[in-house]
Ligand binder design. Structure first.
Ligand SMILES: O=C(O)c1cccc(C(=O)CC[C@H]2O[C@@H](n3cnc4c(=O)[nH]cnc43)[C@H](O)[C@@H]2O)c1
Length: 176
């Protein structure tokens, strides 16, 4: 989509990645919203005898994208959301041990989900800023499908999106 829009001469000004996600308690409770101040590929790297090394530490590229600071704050304020790192994982965290590892490696993390870093990479290729908004549907920790509150999270996300448009419009004007 980004490529097609660029080729048609109507490039995007912003890419928004949004959906449900797991929340790190106590910072991000179920039903709350998180706006990413950093989008981190949390499991992109290699296990070594000395522990996990990210692809950045391996010298292959970046594991982190930063949405524009002057957008993250007003969006979070408008949505009543907290700001923090949102981790992108390939495997949904399902144990307290794994949650503790992620917390230790990423002390500013408030949420985890599965798509944000890929979206941010694509946006970066096109030089387009990115925003990630997650509605918390479940705590990050031991797997407990009964604790997932997907309809509540989707309702919070829908309500949040209603408040997003005026902020984006004023950010756009300010940027031009
Ligand atoms: O049943 C499971 O344990 C399970 C295993 C893999 C994937 C799922 C999903 O349904 C998640 C897919 C979807 O939801 C986002 N999401 C929501 N909560 C989390 C989370 O705690 N960790 C990672 N991703 C999460 C994710 O972005 C996908 O869009 C269930």
């Amino acid at each position: 989509m980004l490529t097609a829009a660029a080729l048609e001469g109507t490039p995007y000004d912003l890419v928004v990645s949004a959906g449900i996600g797991g929340g790190f308690l106590p910072g991000a409770s179920v039903g709350s919203l998180v706006v990413a101040d950093e989008i981190v590929a949390a499991d992109l790297g290699a296990e070594t005898d000395d522990g996990f090394l990210s692809v950045t530490e391996l010298g292959f590229g970046t594991v982190s994208h930063k949405p524009p600071e002057d957008l993250v704050r007003p969006v979070a304020d408008a949505l009543g959301a907290r700001t923090g790192a949102v981790l992108t994982v390939s495997t949904v965290t399902g144990t307290a041990e794994r949650a503790a590892v992620l917390r230790e490696r990423h002390p500013t993390a408030l949420a985890e989900a599965m798509e944000g870093f890929g979206v941010a990479e694509a946006a970066a290729v096109h030089g387009v800023p990115v925003l990630e908004v997650r509605a918390i549907s479940n705590p990050v920790g031991p797997r407990d499908r009964a604790a997932w509150r997907i309809p509540d999270a989707l309702a919070a996300l829908t309500e949040g999106f209603g408040k997003l448009v005026p902020v984006l419009e004023s950010w756009n004007r300010h940027d031009q």
